[in-house]
Design a binder for this molecule. Sequence first.
Ligand code: SF4
Length: 328
Amino acid sequence: MTPFTFTKTNSQREAVTLGRRPQTAFIAGGTTLLDLMKLNVQAPGHLVDINGLPLDKIETQADGSLRVGAMVRNSDLAHHPAAKERFPVLAEALLSGASPQLRNMATTGGNLMQRTRCSYFRDPAYACNKRQAGSGCAAMEGYNRSHAVLGASDHCIATHPSDMAVALVALDAVVHIVGRKAERKVPVSEFHVLPGDTPSIETVVQQGELITHVTVPASAFAARSTYVKLRDRASYEFALASAAVGLEIQGNQIQSARLALGGVATKPWRSLEGERVLMGAAPHKETFRAAAEAALKGAAAHKHNGYKIELAKRAIVSALTLATQRQV
Ligand code: SF4
């Protein structure tokens, strides 16, 4: 492992100042970063420990939105009454991720910032444009069963690994970020960026910027929301395909809908095409299948991951069916 300095801070201002130094990384739960440092995939010169920052609260605000501090642990958010009762898709997505031990350590901010699980990215013996720009992409002609069918480029086809972020996209959540000068707000749907020809750039966060909290707005579709995750084993496994959905239904008509996908795209993937099919339609299986077809219309497979297209469609139909059955 490459030597690095280590600084603990309880001050947000100091964290932002320290974070502006080149080669500096913030460390919170460490559930991604420590692995990558041990693998020599990431080698920051400076680590700033932000576990002491007062960003560990979950609060319901006057407008009904939920404010989740960046240091809130995934397990605390998953079991919080507001998440379970008002935003079930969020609680379900969190509980489907990783293991109880990892959820006890992983934070809200860190979950958003986690890196891909592409096995070629995690092994410096292989070419990887995300790890080393211009080196190539071993996954293109390699074993790409777990890779993306949506949002890929000629330079990278890695999936984004988060479940929580997929639920937050479906819930129209917003990330709050501070830099040295000002705070800015970024919808979670715009927080992660497509790989394009610069796969090493994964989010809109700039060097030294710090996520302070996430807000999840109150919405009519959140109560009837759910998360379906399909994977190789029942726990401690990343999604091959997942769907986060929310439905507002009046009578026999869908008034509003949200549809986001995980495990199949290079970023947490909102499907406006699928939502358009759902809006105003009757909530039955034919509608759901049509929405699934629309959501995967632009999908493109590589040698080993073509099965994901049908798998994702089935995840969507299953999630929408379960959402209609939820008692609200
Ligand atoms: Fe690297 Fe992306 Fe290719 Fe994986 S898919 S090897 S992360 S460039």
